[in-house]
Design a protein around this ligand. Sequence first.
Ligand SMILES: N[C@@H](CCC(=O)N[C@@H](CS)C(=O)NCC(=O)O)C(=O)O
Length: 214
Amino acid sequence: MARYTFFTNPMSRGWIAWWALHEVGADYEPVIVDWADKPQGLLDANPMGKVPTLVHHHAKENGGDHIHVVTEAAAICHYLGEAEASNYAPREEERADYFRWLFFAAGPVEQAITAKAMGFEPNQEQQGTAGFGSLERVVDALDGWFSQHAHVCGERFTMADVYVGAQLDWGLRFGTLPTRDSFKDYVARMRARDAYKHTEAVCAEYMPEENADG
Ligand SMILES: N[C@@H](CCC(=O)N[C@@H](CS)C(=O)NCC(=O)O)C(=O)O
């Protein structure tokens, strides 16, 4: 049995965890989820029935014989960095930037993009209550950071770049984020990574035919 069972779908946020699995070189078995007929194994692991969902099998021979379930793409990125003892987990001096932007991307960035896509734009008063403020403020904050830093933690790539990079990548690809030079440069660096390119190739194999070219 593979070390991880990975519930995913090629047309989903599962892509982020897929990329993370490849960055750390994890041993995993993908289970492609049909939205209309979700496998019981997914529903048992995650009552939300959402992907990505990762099941970490701890083998008896390693003193284990139990599983750990990790959901939420951002959590999966970090978990894999630690569990696989990856060089991409944050170092002591990187933790502030790492957690700050990882949580910023999973919270305010995701909420701001979703709210706008669904037709909700908070007025001035509502911006004080909405955790993301407004999409413009979120975008300016990210632009400010990536105009000064090559990665979330500066010079070095970490697992936070998988999540933040995927958010910006998708934002530019689908036009849900405005184009800024800093975003384009950062995303180009992410797309040039071997694990990113490998994920594109692997994912394409599972893509339904009508979406395979685009
Ligand atoms: N907060 C979750 C969101 C996961 C999510 O919404 N996944 C969607 C696909 S992108 C899904 O599984 N949708 C199927 C459903 O809700 O039934 C994360 O960041 O991983």
